[in-house]
Design a protein around this ligand. Sequence first.
Ligand SMILES: [Zn+2]
Ligand SMILES: [Zn+2]
Length: 171
Amino acid sequence: MLKLDVARLKRAPGDSARFELLAESLPPLELQGELLEFSGPVKAVLNVANTGSALTVEGEASGRIKLNCSRCLDPFDYPFTVSVQETYTPVPDGGEETVPFSGDVLDITPEVLKSIILSLPMKAVCRMDCLGLCPGCGHNLNEGRCRCEGEDVDPRLSVLKNLIKGRERPE
Ligand SMILES: [Zn+2]
Ligand SMILES: [Zn+2]
């Protein structure tokens, strides 16, 4: 978890401090029913300032998360760097744009995870020149050519396609 000890800072209006955090194992992110695992620690470098009425947190979080390539469907490590910018106000104060907190520890994990989710691409590719899957036989073309180059569909696959069609047709 990404937690900041603000015991001293919250009693020092006008003061600020720099934090470097390393979260070894964050729980997987849930995105559209899918669980995305982090493939390593998440690092955060943050500046926290006491404005007198609130604590502002500003900085960056970075790490790697496992995504599936939208072209070849293989899982790969996607490196991310997101900016973090939040204002925390002690309960019972607080406004609409701020996150309430109590005690001496600021848990910024939910806000960082939200930023990471927002930064993920809709269609991630394992590499810019990923060749994807052959539309004919489904072979991963990054691993070499398949046999159906120049033909529309592998004859064995067309048999399979007809089978699937037959199954889909209501009897
Ligand atoms: Zn790929
Ligand atoms: Zn093929």
